[in-house]
Design a protein. Sequence first.
Length: 88
Amino acid sequence: FFNAIDLWRKPERLNDILLCCTADLRGRTGFEQAEYAQATYLQQLAEAALKVTAQQVMALGITGPAIKEALNTARLQAITATLQSIKS
């Protein structure tokens, strides 16, 4: 999902999507005052993933096309760690 919305270069897109989701929820009868709980959850995961930088990956000696794969792996690890901390 984060790759699909290009969170890495355009993080504001997540806020736009979450605003649309909130509007969709609140536009439904009986949910006008409801909170879109997933927004906080997704924001926490995005913040964790955004802390991983290409510079950190390159500091490990990774170069070329392998940087993208290493970035994806490191971001997934950050998201997984955040999920575990949220659940506990």
